[in-house]
Write a new protein. Structure first.
Length: 285
């Protein structure tokens, strides 16, 4: 059974391949575009631009999760996020709220949000599983081992794909026990969160194993550090705003693996890459 919200998104998705989720960071300190959309009006305008470029979902977040980031207060997160969610939802846009706080998620849903995107998979706030169950909203269960200030100290795996799958499955079990339904739950392997570049590449290579867990899968690689350094000499990186093509390549990989949704800053490049994968799939070889 597919959740009604995901069915509505699928009905409005007019091309084959993954749904595209565009990112609106209403923050001063996000790793890629911190401060660009911190003003409410600019964030709303950017969300509309992402939809015009081909995004089916807009992900609105008021807390940076870049390595080393400090958390804003609950009141500040609400101030940043809620007006943007409300305005975009009023336009008929499917909005996900990127938050680890159940209180923020609850207010955002009341403002018209459709999906809760929790990078902690419900671990950061003990009230989140109950909210997921009572709200009935789709919930992104991301693989997570700790907050931004120390997560990279926990990047140790013997078999990163198997361990990430096992840890996400354990979170699913907790959410189901709290009263959530299986059709609410979306999995995200957490690229870049408590993971080295090698771990990220192994997860991308093993995406089919994540898809085989039987839930819709969300993939977020956009502009991340391991893409900045790929193919570059040690110590050299692509600038953050020059990572659209390498991100799009991972979106193409996601399309081949059967991923449900890709979360990106640069919507146009990813839509083009997914279209190429779809065109290749239509060719009889």
């Amino acid at each position: 059974m597919t959740h009604a919200v995901l069915e509505r998104i699928a009905a409005g998705h007019d091309r084959p391949g993954p749904v595209v989720m565009g990112i609106v960071n209403v923050t001063p300190d996000s790793f890629s575009d911190g401060g660009r959309w911190i003003e409410t009006d600019s964030a709303i305008a950017h969300g509309r631009e992402l939809v015009a470029a081909g995004a089916s979902i807009v992900d609105v977040g008021g807390e940076s999760t870049r390595p080393g980031a400090e958390r804003p207060s609950e009141a500040e997160e609400l101030r940043r996020v809620v007006p943007v969610v409300e305005a975009l939802a009023a336009d008929g846009i499917a909005v996900s709220v990127d938050t680890m706080r159940a209180s923020v998620a609850e207010v955002a849903l009341a403002a018209g949000g459709a999906i809760i995107n929790d990078v902690s998979g419900g671990l950061a706030d003990p009230q989140m599983p109950a909210l997921v169950a009572s709200s009935g909203a789709p919930f992104v269960v991301m693989h997570w081992r700790g907050h931004a200030h120390d997560m990279q100290t926990k990047a140790e795996y013997a078999d990163v794909v198997a361990e990430v799958c096992a840890e996400m499955t354990a979170r699913v079990d907790v959410l189901l026990a709290a009263g959530a339904s299986r059709d609410q739950l979306i999995l995200d392997p957490g690229i870049g969160f408590a993971k080295t570049a090698e771990h990220n590449w192994r997860l991308l290579a093993g995406l089919e194993q994540v898809v085989d867990l039987g839930h819709p899968v969300l993939l977020g690689t956009s502009r991340k550090g391991f893409l900045g350094s790929v193919g570059r000499a040690p110590g050299e990186e692509r600038p953050l705003d020059a990572r659209a093509v390498v991100t799009a390549a991972t979106s193409a990989r996601a399309a081949r693996a059967g991923v449900w949704c890709v979360r990106v800053h640069d919507v146009t490049a990813t839509v083009d890459a997914i279209d190429v994968v779809a065109a290749l799939g239509e060719v009889a070889l």
